[in-house]
Design a protein around this ligand. Structure first.
Ligand code: ATP
Length: 219
């Protein structure tokens, strides 16, 4: 479960943001849309605890991440937040299953080869566990980055432009996989994107907009 309230942030006078409150229930999802430069990645970084908000609360399963710092925050993020980046982040010298095992270690979870197989199977990657990330196709890499994000059974899955580089067929497939994993693990999913193709796939969306003072609106 994710709830944000009164979130604001500023890099400097010219780049100040006030974000709308978000609420995503367990097993549910939300699409956050907005044009380039509107603050989508900034919002994702605030929710993930990678940047500190100027004001506001970010509750993930009841814990206010805006109040955590240092090691507490790193441990909380590792165990509870899975991030799908636009370009996958792998350690190229490790196989796919070794990357997943390392992610579990970093999240403070026990190595669990059976669970790693279950996740790879669910994402259509079961034959690829011994492959190096660079041997995977672009679509396979994107599914592997979903595997990295969900391997620790996070309370919250954040996806930053996960479909930008994909064709229509793979775009909708990635969304279905993300939603399927979210339901299966009873997580909450937030997808942040400017990819308008996704709008039809989601019943709940928020569009970040800008006017005289930067503000955001909910639809
Ligand atoms: N470290 C920084 N210092 C100053 N300004 C920044 C910094 N990072 C981002 N910005 C500015 O803040 C604004 C929002 O950036 P952000 O990356 O959140 O936008 P975005 O909506 O994700 O854009 P895109 O879709 O192009 O990735 C931009 O105008 C950007 O130039």
């Amino acid at each position: 479960m994710l709830t944000t309230r009164s979130l604001s942030f500023e890099y400097n006078q010219a780049n100040r943001f006030e974000f709308p409150g978000l609420s995503v229930a367990v097993g549910s999802d939300l699409l956050v849309l907005g044009e380039s430069g509107i603050g989508k990645t900034t919002l994702l970084h605030l929710i993930a605890g990678l940047q500190k908000p100027k004001t506001g609360k970010i509750l993930i399963g009841g814990t206010d991440v805006a109040r955590l710092s240092g090691k507490q925050l790193d441990a909380f993020r590792g165990a509870n937040v899975g991030i799908v980046f636009q370009r996958p982040h792998f350690i190229q010298s490790l196989t796919l299953e070794e990357n997943l095992a390392l992610m579990r270690f970093l999240g403070g979870k026990e190595a669990d080869p059976h669970w790693i197989k279950v996740v790879l199977d669910g994402l259509g990657l079961i034959g690829k566990q011994k492959s190096s990330p660079r041997q995977l196709s672009q679509g396979e890499q994107q599914r592997a980055s979903i595997a990295l994000a969900v391997i620790n059974q996070p309370k919250l899955i954040l996806a930053d432009e996960p479909t930008a580089a994909l064709d229509d067929k793979n775009c909708h497939r990635v969304v279905e996989l993300l939603r399927g994993q979210t339901k299966k693990m009873q997580s909450s999913l937030v997808i942040i994107t400017h990819d308008q193709r996704l709008k039809a796939d989601f019943s709940r969306s928020v569009t970040l907009t800008k006017n005289d003072s930067l503000r955001a609106s909910t639809h």
